[in-house]
Ligand binder design. Structure first.
Ligand SMILES: [Zn+2]
Length: 622
């Protein structure tokens, strides 16, 4: 039977990817386009991760699966509550893995949103549950850590991502190489941190002066022969394993070390430790991950790009981590398909993370752009593209003629030039009524508040009969929405530029796949380059629109899905090749992400997921 591999590249921008293929720089993507079909893909609003990967895997629009914001408001709950859009059970449409399992087939996911907890026998869930955080559930024992003696490494935002340790005179070490002069020593406990986990690897860090420069020796005792690593700055250790326990059960874990700074004579160092992740126990059922780990080596699902921002990794550090993860995902997808799995849905998060933190660094449209920094960050940007291209190449080289490959993103990102506070606007226009405590915290008077943005891209009327402290009579609902829409459409920043590109009633959102009861009463699209504050709080100083300062200098979700701005776009990418797919065809119009699953189901001769409201893309078939 025909099998499918979905290589998800979270946040990949079609314009730069397809340009890279045309220029020959991304040679494997170029091969894919020559052998298959491609197009821009329109995400559904809000162009966010959980909702759009849900559309890819369910073949359904937000009106059906119910995920159209970064987090979710459940109608009738207080506006102070919200539900994580990655939480189990929030997606109301059937996933492809459950549909295939129902038909007696196997389907695997790798780090894919919505995949955990596993519900069906035929589903193999590898990796975490798709959240992009720097310390993601489900298997991670501890996020990345930084150990520093005599040094503070910090980024522009005052995040202090380090644990301070003391160095002292070294004890007497045995078996040191002749050229190593011990200068100072510290004790480190590389420990589990996440709930349910316990364990620590206690090691000594010895700073030595050596012929080739200063080095850091990591060993469990003062014997060089027992060393786990002997490293120069910006050099990776091998994988280091340790025995931790989770819920009282022994679990072998692994991590790597990479010193950023070693000044042996001064007794100073800064040492990065990667996230701690199980060596083989990272899947449900566990045997699937164990089998993959035996063939491919360990998987690592928690990557910390913030460490590039705070200086704990040089540029090559995160590229190495992203490459290791991406190559593993591509190889694992092939292994799984060769083992008889009907479809594999994987998701790799490098583009999204990079653009969020560093879009200003690679795009002159950003007021924060520094031309002197461009080459440095563009090298990382192109490096991420090259890894994605390598992943595509691994699958193209390894797939047989009974396999279909889809490469897709869930959304792109654009530089964020200005940020708008919708709730401050609603407060100043009198729709939110609040008092401010001396510390500046808003206390909202719900009895007089008529509308609020919640969570991030939707506006709710505080409606009597639906909302716990409803203040608006049902007969005023529609007139109030008309009034709000006019007010928001007229909103201009201090320079007279429009803040909103469009504001509409939810029942006019059908064209965008909206209309689920969780989708809000009013939706909006911000003008290109304007993002919304991810903090929904009303503030007494009342800033409405201000220049973006970070940390998210690139963003997605609040603009129209078709927005292109600077070097970025909200628009996502789509490419497909393999059994039954047309060759060398570019679709003039966009692909809708909900059309991927029904098209794959058609090619595979299986039933599409049960709530699928997308269509088979017959124009892209051979
Ligand atoms: Zn995403």
């Amino acid at each position: 039977m025909i099998r499918s591999i979905i290589l998800g590249l979270d946040g990949a921008v079609p314009y730069t990817m397809f340009e890279g293929a045309r220029s020959g720089r991304l040679s494997n993507l170029a091969r894919l386009l020559a052998r298959g079909v491609h197009a821009n893909a329109l995400p559904f609003p809000a162009a966010v991760t959980p909702g759009n990967w849900a559309s890819v895997a369910t073949g359904a629009k937000p009106i059906t699966h119910g995920i159209s914001d970064f987090s979710l408001h459940i109608p009738g709950q207080p506006f102070t509550d919200h539900v994580n859009a990655f939480d189990p059970g929030v997606c109301e449409a059937e996933f492809m893995w459950d549909a295939l399992s129902r038909q007696g087939l196997k389907c695997a996911t790798i780090s894919y949103p919505g995949a955990l907890p596993r519900r069906c026998e035929g589903h193999i869930a590898v990796g975490n549950r798709g959240m992009p955080g720097e310390n993601c559930e489900h298997w991670t024992a501890a996020s990345a850590a930084g150990y520093a003696a005599g040094i503070v490494l910090d980024g522009p935002y005052g995040w202090r991502e380090q644990m301070d340790v003391e160095t002292a005179a070294p004890e007497s070490w045995t078996n040191l190489p002749a050229d190593c002069v011990p200068r100072a020593q510290a004790s480190l406990g590389i420990a589990a941190a996440n709930p349910g986990w316990s364990g620590a690897l206690e090691v000594l860090a010895l700073l030595v002066s050596a012929a080739g420069g200063d080095r850091l020796v990591i060993a469990p005792r003062a014997d060089y022969e027992s060393r786990l690593a002997d490293l120069a700055p910006d050099e990776w250790s091998d994988v280091i394993t340790a025995d931790f326990s989770r819920d009282g059960r022994p679990v072998e874990v692994q991590f790597r070390l990479r010193p950023r700074v070693i000044d042996a004579a001064a007794g100073k160092f800064a040492l990065y430790a990667s996230a701690i992740y199980p060596t083989a126990e990272f899947s449900d059922p566990p045997e699937a991950g164990q089998a993959l780990a035996r063939r491919l080596g360990p998987y690592r699902d928690t990557l910390s790009l913030s460490r590039l921002l705070t200086g704990w990794l040089d540029a090559d550090g995160p590229l190495d981590l992203f490459r290791e993860q991406g190559v593993w995902q591509a190889r694992a997808a092939l292994e799984l398909v060769n083992d008889g799995v009907a479809a594999v849905f994987s998701k790799w998060h490098a583009f999204d993370k990079f653009y969020h933190f560093f879009f200003h660094a690679i795009d002159p449209v950003s007021p924060l752009h520094d031309p002197a920094q461009f080459d440095h960050f563009e090298r990382i940007h192109l490096g991420i593209q090259a890894i994605a291209d390598e992943m595509i190449g691994i699958i193209l080289d390894g797939m047989d003629d009974e396999t279909v490959l889809v490469v897709a993103s869930d959304h792109g990102l654009t530089p964020s030039v200005r940020q708008a506070s919708v709730n401050n606007f609603l407060h100043q226009a009198g729709y939110i009524v609040a008092d401010f405590a001396p510390g500046g915290n808003a206390v909202i008077d719900w009895s007089r508040t008529r509308a609020i943005m919640h969570p991030f891209t939707q506006i709710w009327i505080n409606l009597k009969g639906r909302d716990p402290q409803g203040a608006v009579e049902p007969e005023q609902y529609d007139a109030l929405r008309d009034e709000l829409i006019e007010a928001l459409r007229g909103w201009r920043d201090e320079d007279g530029r429009r803040v909103m590109a469009e504001v509409f009633k939810i029942e006019d959102g059908g064209f965008y796949g909206l209309g689920h009861p969780r989708d809000g009463d009013i939706r909006y699209f911000t003008a290109p380059g304007i993002s919304v504050y991810r903090n929904v709080a009303v503030t007494s100083n009342g800033t409405l629109v201000q220049a973006t300062r970070g940390p998210y200098t690139g963003d997605h979700g609040s603009s129209r899905p078709s927005t292109r701005f600077g070097r970025g776009s909200e628009t996502a990418m789509f490419a497909m090749t393999g059994a039954g797919v047309a060759r060398a065809r570019e679709r003039r119009g966009p692909v809708f992400l909900c059309d991927i699953a029904p098209t794959l189901a058609h090619l595979m001769s299986v039933e599409p997921p049960g709530n699928c409201d997308g269509a088979v893309m017959r124009d892209l078939l051979a």
